[in-house]
Ligand binder design. Structure first.
Ligand code: KG4
Ligand code: ZN
Length: 333
């Protein structure tokens, strides 16, 4: 079964052809990062306009690189939410037009399910059930993946997402957008134990996250140093901030897995590309005899292959959309 998948929820215009759920025939990503960098973050209006300009060419390339034709597709899949509504609408409208014109089924995909399914693209032998930490620019969830289409959110962030904290801290350090890769690079030159930034534990509220405190602590640290004319070492700040976030993400995931009696854990979302996070969770998983899976970096950040994979399982489960499909900015799993 061949699925043409489209993803346009944020600042990547992406299309992919995926066969039988896990075989990537093509995976084309047009990233708008360079365009948004000058503003220090994604400008929604600009993102929508760029999606409109590029989506047809991206789809054409995905189809030609897959050595198939549009007529060979068994279904058209698209991310319908969550995300920037204007950006999502470009993908949704294009997918609807293609499904209508080609008389193919239309499969709506939840963006976070796509991120989780990237693990099956990386390793088709990795199967549910497992516990997945989804950490991206907009979300920080711990999700119990009971089956390919059955998800239960066990923890979420109370304020900022982990990726959002990386992006904001990067901005105040003058390291640019996107913050995750910039902080990771700077942190390599620094001491992760140089500054103690707070780790928020929710206590009785279980494994929920809160990252606004650590972000504010970094901002306060920098303001204080500036006022007192103290020298700061940006590499130490980056390394210490990353250490605080990695501590919390890894600790919550492992503790939640133990509480649930789950011995298989996974990562998903842009922050899952973080090397320090992967290494820390690998160590903890090994010490606790847990199987640990994560996608390669290009499958962690936004792409359409993950949407094609999730669509395959949704399709098998009977999920279809009609021409009334709309983009939804915020939608639960
Ligand atoms: O999943 P994604 O591409 O888009 C959303 O769905 O949000 O995630 C983007 C987020 C950004 O906040 C970016 O800074 C973060 O993922 N990110 C990273 C790394 N690469 C991307 N965060 C930490 N370390 C990285 N290496
Ligand atoms: Zn994403």
């Amino acid at each position: 079964m061949k699925i043409l998948a489209i993803e346009s929820s944020c600042d990547e215009t992406a299309a992919a052809v995926v066969q039988d759920g896990t075989q990537i025939l093509s995976n084309v990503i047009y990233t708008q990062i360079a365009l948004h960098q000058q503003y220090g973050g994604v400008v929604p209006e600009i993102a929508s306009r760029k999606h409109i300009e590029n989506i047809s060419a991206v789809i054409d390339r995905a189809v030609s690189e897959s050595k198939t034709t549009l007529a060979d597709m068994d279904a058209i899949a698209v991310t319908y939410g969550p995300g920037l509504v204007g950006a999502l609408l470009v993908g949704v409208s294009t997918a609807k037009a293609l499904a209508f014109a080609l008389e193919k089924p239309l499969v709506p995909v939840h963006h976070i399910k796509g991120h989780i399914c990237a693990n099956y693209l990386e390793n088709p032998d990795f199967k549910p059930p497992f516990l997945c930490l989804v950490a991206s620019g907009g979300h920080s969830h711990i999700v119990l993946v009971k089956d390919y289409t059955d998800y239960q959110v066990l923890a979420r962030t109370r304020d900022d997402a982990a990726g959002e904290a990386f992006d904001k801290v990067s901005r105040v350090l003058g390291l640019g957008y996107p913050g995750g890769p910039a902080i990771q690079k700077k942190a390599k030159e620094g001491n992760p134990n140089a500054i103690h930034f707070p780790r928020v534990n929710m206590g009785e509220h279980g494994f929920d996250f809160s990252f606004s405190g650590v972000k504010t602590a970094v901002i306060n640290y920098l303001h204080n140093a500036e006022q007192k004319n103290l020298a700061i070492n940006p590499a130490d700040v980056a390394a210490s901030f990353q250490e605080a976030v990695v501590d919390v993400l890894s600790e919550h995931l492992l503790c939640c897995a133990k509480e649930q009696g789950v011995s298989r854990i996974a990562l998903a979302g842009g922050v899952a590309a973080n090397q320090a996070l992967r290494e820390r969770i690998s160590e903890k998983a090994r010490a606790n005899h847990m199987k640990f899976q994560y996608p390669r970096p290009e499958l962690c950040t936004d792409n359409a292959a993950m949407i094609g994979c999730a669509a395959y399982f949704e399709y098998q489960n009977g999920v279809r959309a009609d021409m009334s499909l709309n983009a939804v900015a915020s939608v639960s799993l």
